[in-house]
Design a protein around this ligand. Structure first.
Ligand code: NAD
Length: 329
């Protein structure tokens, strides 16, 4: 039985604790949160002990930690957990700085601890099937990838100000998805963006509407379209065009009812937001992490995938600022 410590009992910490309750070979042994009520509430739901993050990391009976605290706390928690020999499941992004992620890679790989970066979309049944069919050669050579990713509504401007910007906070998921589907490293990034949804987002120095074009060394191209607003629900689609055909994953509707009248056909909106849309993905992601720990194999995506997506995000932010494409090493 693997004992897991949950660090951070907010939105995502609760999701991961919930996933662990469906897994027989692992359990939530302890939870920690800077806000005592949050820790107590999750402890009551899971039967776990309430401890501090330091106590969990120092406890030899706890085998792994799930880091679901705000991004600016990840660096210190990863460093301490790796030093203590804990397996680490860390939410995206690993950190806001590629230089600091490189420092963590040295530490994590030096300590030899398993590490999973929480790019949950790789575990979505639709996107996982796309990738598996591409890997099986069903559409031949990949030529064009199109990723559409739009939130139902923008977060508060207070969140935007500390988020690191749309590319590092939101499009980072799509940069990882691009690498997953292109199956080749990105070498050039061009990005553009505007504040069309909320002028206050523009005043805070960010964009809410953006496009990035990524190119690989062999010339494969990925286009990503992001918006902080979609009136029809959480818009999450991908299409991959190859030499033998096309494969795509559509939105998941709230229900499968279709209504027809003389005015046309109407179906349900897309599932509202990430907690509903990716519920299956979060469960599969946790099952993968626990299965890898049990089998002694490295979880994927790992910390180097976290760095690669961060480097693309940094290049996109630079491209937006300069209006020029940016080459990656
Ligand atoms: N993969 C995904 O789909 C996904 C979705 C949401 C959030 N995230 C990521 O998860 C992380 C958390 O986001 P969230 O939306 O759950 O935030 P949240 O604010 O809902 O939860 C964070 C929790 O951490 C606690 N906390 C803050 N500092 C702490 C510390 N030093 N030690 C212990 N607890 C501390 C807060 O009190 C809060 O309860 C972020 O890095 C975010 O980018 C990922």
């Amino acid at each position: 039985m693997l004992n897991i410590g949950i660090l951070g009992c907010g939105r995502i910490g609760q999701v991961h604790a919930g996933s662990l309750q469906h897994i027989d070979t692992a359990g939530v042994a302890a939870v920690a949160d800077a806000f005592e009520d949050a820790a107590n509430a999750l402890a009551a739901k899971t039967g776990a002990r309430v401890m501090t993050t330091d106590q969990i990391i120092a406890d030899p009976s706890i085998h792994a930690v799930v880091i679901g605290t705000p991004t600016n706390t990840h660096f210190d928690l990863i460093r301490a957990s790796a030093k203590a020999g804990k397996a680490i499941f860390c939410e995206k992004p690993v950190d806001m700085s590629a230089a600091r992620i490189r420092e963590l890679i040295t530490l994590v790989e030096g300590a030899g601890v398993p590490f999973l970066t929480g790019f949950n979309r790789r575990f979505d049944p639709g996107f996982a099937t796309l990738q598996a069919r591409i890997a099986a050669g069903d559409i031949g050579d990949v030529e064009l990838v199109t990723i559409l990713s739009r939130d139902p509504s923008p977060p508060p401007v207070s969140y935007i100000k500390s988020s690191g910007g749309l590319f590092r906070d939101m499009m980072i998921h799509d940069f990882d998805m691009a690498r997953f589907l292109l199956d080749e490293e990105v070498v050039r990034v061009f990005a553009t963006g505007s504040a069309l949804v909320d002028p206050a987002i523009g005043e805070a120095g960010d964009v809410d509407t953006a496009v990035a074009v990524l190119t690989t060394a062999s010339g494969r191209i990925c286009q990503i379209s992001n918006s902080r607003r979609a009136t029809y629900g959480y818009d999450q689609r991908a299409e991959v065009h190859g030499s033998l055909g096309l494969i795509k994953a559509n939105n998941v509707p709230e229900n499968n009812v279709e209504f027809a009248s003389g005015a046309g056909f109407r179906s349900a909106p897309a599932q509202h937001f990430f907690l509903e849309r990716y519920a299956a993905a979060y469960r599969a992601e946790m099952m993968h992490f626990i299965a890898c720990l049990g089998a002694g194999i490295a979880p994927s995506p790992g910390i180097r995938d976290g760095l690669a997506a961060q480097m693309i995000a940094d290049a996109a932010a630079q491209s937006l600022a300069t209006g020029m494409p940016v080459d990656l090493d």
